[in-house]
Design a protein around this ligand. Structure first.
Ligand code: KG4
Ligand code: ZN
Length: 350
């Protein structure tokens, strides 16, 4: 089964091909990506209308490129997977529309995929794929969730952010520090030359006893600190960046450990853009070595949004014998707000 995957939920157009047999981990046979980051930079964030228009420009050339890369004719495609949600409605419609049209022209199914299920399963394409069950820490620009994952489609929400996502906390704090967009990677780079203990920033909900997160207050604390520093901020920027990163990472690590303790599981999968953060990786790595549990990440290129994880999620749902999440017969829709629980087809039995 050769599955083409199309991702267009936000500011990356990703197209990839995944080959799946009835059993075994599916194999990535080609992937292309266009990031719109440079286009949105002038505006300090993603402009939805510009994002949609750019997806339209990119999606077909990227599809042609991925077919050429894999050296397969378009007729070899057995199904076309696309991100149905969550994401920006107009951006999602581009991928969904193209997928539905291609599927209809080829006489193959169009398979809607949940964006977060893609992130969650993306480490299966790595050189060291996980085994079920595991705890997943999903940390992206729009989401911060801890899930118990017992199998494909078997997800249980353990905790999530009650306000901003971790990536949003990085991005908003970076904006305060004048680091441009997207701020996460820039803040993290600057933090390397700063002292994480230079400022005492809050660790919201650290000892709340549950597995929820809250990051909105952190951005305010960074803003307050920056104002207090005034003209001195310039010289202390790296310190404030390091303290911000340390606060976010502390909370993510603490709650991930609590989730492993609460479930008794021995594996942690980290997915989503913030999973690329080096301090987070280092701190989790130390904890894993100390406690003897396993840690899995997607390949670096698959941490942020991409088409491979969408094709993979469709492939793994097919392997698991799960019905497509789809309106059939050429109809398509998108789901800008779509909880992951909606694609949980079997309850967890623990
Ligand atoms: O998963 P993703 O590509 O897009 C979605 O939000 O779905 O995640 C993007 C987020 C952004 O907030 C970005 O700032 C953050 O991931 N990010 C990072 C790093 N790389 C990306 N945050 C901290 N450190 C990084 N190295
Ligand atoms: Zn994402």
């Amino acid at each position: 089964m050769l599955i083409l995957g199309i991702e267009s939920s936000c500011d990356e157009t990703g197209v990839a091909l995944v080959q799946a047999q009835a059993r075994g981990v599916p194999r990535l046979v080609g992937a292309t990506l266009h990031s719109q980051v440079a286009m949105h930079r002038d505006y300090g964030g993603v402009v939805p209308e510009l994002a949609s228009r750019d997806h339209i420009r990119r999606v077909l050339p990227l599809t042609e490129a991925v077919l050429a890369q894999a050296a397969v004719p378009v007729q070899a495609i057995d199904a076309v997977a696309y991100t149905r949600g969550p994401g920006l409605a107009g951006a999602l419609l581009v991928g969904a529309g193209v997928a539905a049209a291609m599927a209809m022209a080829l006489g193959v199914p169009a398979l809607p995929v949940h964006h977060l299920e893609g992130h969650l399963l993306s480490p299966f394409l790595s050189a060291d794929p996980p085994e079920f069950p595991f705890v997943a820490l999903l940390v992206s620009g729009g989401h911060t969730q801890l899930m118990r994952v017992d199998g494909v489609g078997r997800y249980q929400l353990l905790g999530e952010t009650i306000d901003d996502a971790a990536g949003e906390a990085f991005d908003k704090s970076a904006k305060v520090l004048g680091l441009g967009y997207p701020g996460g990677p820039a803040l993290s780079r600057l933090a390397q030359s700063g002292d994480p203990q230079a400022f005492a920033l809050p660790r919201p909900l650290l000892h709340s006893g549950d597995l929820d997160f809250s990051f909105a207050g952190l951005k305010t604390a960074v803003l307050t600190q920056a104002r207090k520093l005034g003209p001195a901020l310039e010289a202390r920027k790296a310190d404030l960046a390091a303290a911000t990163e340390a606060a976010i990472v502390d909370v993510l690590v603490h709650k991930s450990l609590a989730a492993l303790r609460a479930t008794g599981l021995q594996r942690l999968v980290v997915a989503g853009g913030v999973g690329a953060n080096q301090r987070l990786r280092q701190r989790l790595g130390e904890a894993a070595a100390r406690h003897g549990w396993r840690l899995h990440y997607p390949e670096v290129a698959l941490c942020t949004d991409n088409g491979a994880m969408i094709a993979l999620a469709a492939a793994m749902r097919w392997q698991a014998g799960l019905a497509p999440l789809a309106p059939a017969d050429g109809a398509f829709d998108v789901a800008p707000r779509w909880p992951l629980e909606a694609v949980t087809v079997v309850g967890t039995d623990h």
